[in-house]
Design a protein. Structure first.
Length: 495
């Protein structure tokens, strides 16, 4: 019987409840929950033979593959804390996160380590590859049968769009309540299959692993995003839910053409920032079941999602807070009125208890009564639906006027030739800052800068119109496909 504030080891319990249900599909391999548990237990015994102990903090640098899923579950069976590392980072960044998190060992694979020679040299005595692990002997070890809700499960570092990244502490309770809140919003269907083409080291990917074992549904896992493969699956009806960001949707729609998805496909969760209205309207026209969602690493994935019955009537909204969560808008230290812009504050059992070894950041970002200041700008309408405007850190202040880049980007993206755009503020002697637009044009299409400038002048106040237009072949992004505005800023000179 579970003690108060404890839950069963979710993979162990799921393997007992529905052992023969499919758990994961990767390439041509398929594992049931029983098989997944058995493989995870084998890995746990190999890790134990290697010297890994309960309570150890373990860095994991792996891409999306079947053994990554097995390994992550095996670390939970052992009672280890997992530091999930972004495979796209440079050695210096990875070394910082490993040292900062005080990880004892690092697990990676040979192919990834080819690109990380310095990491290998520094961590040679504390490094285990999957290839080595598979060959190791096993030592019997008692698996952790229950998780404490307050126990640390994972540390994920914020993407670091500004300054040094911070380690976000995620408990078993954070992941549990996130999954429960999502379930009460999206529901659960018998034929559900969650397609995962987002990184497992990111909260959007890791949360799918947790939901799979809690809900008892399979994951269709992809090593990387491939719009042709994914469209084939969604057209065939072999997946019912997918988590995506805006850039992925654009690629899916372009490749999809005039075709349609299977009626079984019931949920396209779009997160990772504000979604352009033209894209949402295109999905609506194609009958694609889009659900805009809002969440952060700090909220263990979603904290607000648009309910199915409002997906068309509240186009552009991220919905209402999930069942166990709260959201409020604060302007000048007071609750904002309906439709009034302010900073988004969040609260709930899915929200992190803080940042690893960052007491200054914890004092700055958390209120005494447990609210987290997100740094995002948004508003709530009269019915309590949340709308995301922008990151507070992306705010441009020009001549005393607040300019929200997303508002300008929405207008520019209405032009059919523009594939993607990012607006940033650069220093200006007269105005303090002025907006500059970086844009990518769709293949085989041409558009004059003057045309885009005229478009903005038609729909925006003069001070919001970009003062410079810079065409790019692509925009820099992090592993979550979020645009790195700080890198764009570096490429500009003061206007």
């Amino acid at each position: 019987m579970n003690e108060p504030n404890q839950i069963p080891n979710w993979l162990m319990k799921r393997a007992y409840l529905t052992p023969d249900r499919p758990a994961i599909i990767f390439r041509n391999e398929r594992l049931t929950f029983r098989q997944l548990f058995e493989r995870a237990k084998t890995f746990a015994e190999k890790l134990h033979y290697t010297g890994v102990q309960k309570g150890d903090r373990v860095g994991v640098l792996l891409n999306n593959q079947l053994d990554t899923v097995v390994l992550l579950h095996s670390l939970q069976l052992l009672g280890c804390q997992t530091v999930l590392l972004n495979i796209r980072l440079q050695d210096e960044e990875l070394l910082f996160q490993l040292e900062d998190s005080e990880a004892m060992i690092l697990i990676s694979n040979e192919s990834l380590l080819i690109e990380h020679r310095k990491l290998q040299d520094v961590w040679i005595d504390r490094l285990i590859t999957l290839e080595q692990l598979r060959k190791r002997a096993q030592r019997s070890v008692p698996v952790v049968e229950q998780f404490s809700m307050d126990e640390l499960c994972t540390i994920m570092y914020t993407s670091g769009t500004t300054g040094h990244p911070k380690g976000v502490l995620q408990t078993y309770g954070n992941h549990w309540w996130s999954a429960a809140g999502s379930l009460l919003n999206l529901g659960l269907h018998e034929q559900d299959v969650w397609l995962c083409a987002v990184p497992l080291f990111h909260i959007s990917g890791f949360s799918i692993l947790v939901r799979s074992v809690l809900y008892g549904i399979p994951i269709r896992l992809y090593e990387k995003f491939d719009e042709k493969q994914i469209n084939r699956v969604l057209i065939s009806g072999k997946a019912t839910i997918i988590s995506v960001v805006t850039a992925m949707v654009q690629r899916l729609l372009h490749e999809l053409g005039d075709r349609s998805y299977h009626p079984n496909f019931r949920c396209m969760l779009i997160g990772g920032g504000k979604v352009p209205l033209p894209l949402l309207k295109t999905c609506k026209e194609k009958g694609i079941p889009v659900f805009q969602t809002y969440g952060m690493t700090e909220t263990a994935s979603q904290i607000a999602t648009l309910s199915p019955e409002h997906s068309l009537t509240k186009l552009g909204s991220a919905g209402k807070p999930l069942f166990f969560s709260e959201i409020k808008i604060i302007k000048e230290r007071k609750w904002a009125n309906s439709n009034e812009f302010g900073e988004i504050y969040v609260k709930g059992p899915n929200v992190t208890k803080g940042y690893w070894k960052r007491e200054d950041a914890n004092r700055e970002n958390f209120t005494e009564d447990g609210w987290l200041k997100t740094g995002d700008i948004g508003y709530m309408d009269e019915e309590g639906f949340l709308y995301i405007i922008d990151r507070r850190t992306d705010l441009i202040i020009s001549g005393g006027e607040n300019i929200y880049p997303a508002e300008i980007e929405q207008v520019i993206l209405t032009h059919p030739a523009v594939k993607e755009v990012a607006v940033v503020g650069i220093s200006d002697k007269q105005w303090g800052e002025v907006p500059v637009a970086f844009y990518v044009v769709k293949e085989g299409v041409h558009v004059e800068e003057k045309t885009l400038d005229d478009l903005c002048r038609t729909h925006l106040a003069k001070y919001k119109v970009p003062k410079r237009w810079i065409r790019k072949d692509e925009l820099p992004k992090n592993a979550s496909n979020k645009i790195l505005r700080r890198l764009l800023k570096k490429g500009t000179d003061p206007a």
